[in-house]
Design a protein around this ligand. Structure first.
Ligand SMILES: *Cc1c(COP(=O)(O)O)cnc(C)c1O
Length: 392
């Protein structure tokens, strides 16, 4: 008899520093471990389980589609894929959607689209993308190159060429990098993995204006910020701008793999058959679940996300051991004063609360959007104790 941990440690590639918990069940915002211990989950599988574990509405959408047809490949039409694309375009102002399986792939697609646009409109050398320091855009060789954190670049050289990095919230540093070879700018409005850093409105609007002026493609990476997370359907909506492309993944699938690259007016006709593809992309069961999720993301829910956000900010702002707190909606980063984020996460785990960490020593919260107040308040008490106790 081997425990789950022993098997995993023996046979699964060691790319993760897992916490010592095997989760065997979950409902709503409660995860249940192999040993029966219950956890209040403030991470939701890194912002994926939008309505918590085994949400009934989402499960019904997925399983009823599974019982009809689970997969066809993209050689044929299926309803959920077409309907999800329609819903995404109608609600964002985008014109076409490419479906894939992950955030990294969605970003790859948007980068391909921006390069094609640059080459078609400004010549073959127009292929460089500007991204921001402390960004995170994925783990493929191209999205690692896009990711503006040096420690991600060291191990796997050579990465895809054609990425340069500007300072977040410093428009001049972006302008300095613009030249005839630059085709676009890719950024997160709230940098997730990089430390829950919120871009300023002046910066985001300034980048939009710059892209208009120079005919650059602006891609907003909504993989983590999207799908209600920041109190709007997509975070760019909080800034009153419309990008030329937006990518999403994580939460939209509610727990099944999906990525989407949404293409705006300038990019809508950039691809022709054969230019991009995915075996699973737009899979009907996943798409049916995603459509059901999207249909529940309405103004009432966004208002509730913002209300819960204020609840968290007011509980932790100025609390003992909290050095700083940042974020938007239910995407929040908290910097400990006395200890490391990893230590706080461990202490919370012992007390039955799951939290995430992020760059620059942040504890990161991405709870399910429908987490009940009662669980949130209990978890915040545990968090406050963990931050205060770090002093020893
Ligand atoms: C998680 C994440 C990605 C990568 O998504 P995967 O599905 O893991 O490929 C890309 N961009 C951002 C902002 C993310 O948070």
């Amino acid at each position: 008899m081997h425990t789950i941990r022993e098997l995993d440690d023996t046979y699964v590639a060691h790319t993760y520093a897992r916490f010592p918990v095997s989760i065997t069940e979950g409902h709503g915002s409660i995860a249940i471990a192999e040993d029966g211990k219950e956890y209040i989950d403030l991470g939701s599988g890194i912002g994926v389980n939008l309505f918590g574990y085994c949400d009934k509405v989402w499960m019904e959408a997925v399983t009823s589609q599974l019982a009809r047809v689970q997969h066809t490949s993209n050689l044929y039409y299926t309803g959920p894929c077409a309907q999800l694309a329609e819903a995404l375009c109608t609600r964002t102002g985008m014109k076409k959607v490419f479906f894939c399986n992950s955030g990294a792939e969605a970003n790859e697609c948007a980068i391909k689209a921006a390069r094609r646009y640059g080459q078609l409109h400004h010549g073959n050398d127009c292929s460089t993308m500007i991204t921001l320091k402390d960004s995170f855009h994925g783990r493929t060789l191209t999205t690692l190159a896009a990711t503006g954190q040096d420690h991600f670049h060291e191990l796997f050289q050579p990465l895809t060429a054609g990425f340069v990095h500007a300072e977040a919230n410093d428009l001049e540093s972006v302008k300095r990098l613009v030249n005839d070879q630059v085709c676009g700018i890719l950024m997160e409005c709230v940098q997730g993995e990089g430390g829950v850093n919120v871009l300023s409105e002046a910066f985001v609007k300034g980048v939009r204006d710059l892209c208009d002026e120079k005919d650059l493609i602006l891609i907003i990476d909504e993989v983590q910020t999207g799908n209600g997370r920041t109190g709007a359907l997509y975070s760019f909506m909080n800034y009153g701008i419309l990008p030329d492309a937006a990518t999403t993944a994580k939460g939209i699938g509610g727990g099944l793999p999906i990525g989407a690259a949404m293409l705006g007016e300038k990019l809508q006709d950039i691809f022709t058959p054969g230019d991009n593809g995915s075996t699973f992309g737009g899979n009907p069961a996943v798409a049916a679940g995603a459509l059901s999720n999207l249909n529940r993301l309405d103004d009432a829910l966004f208002a509730d996300v913002r209300r819960k956000s204020e609840l968290i900010f007011s509980a932790l702002n100025g609390a003992e051991g909290v050095k700083s707190i940042s974020g938007m909606g239910l995407m929040i980063g908290i910097e400990p004063e006395f200890t490391t984020a990893r230590e706080i996460a461990r202490a919370c785990l012992d007390e039955g609360v799951l939290v995430l960490t992020a760059g620059h020593n942040k504890v990161r919260l991405l709870p399910a959007l429908n987490i009940p107040d009662e669980l949130l308040i209990r978890a915040l008490d545990v968090l406050k104790r963990a931050f205060a106790a770090g002093r020893e």
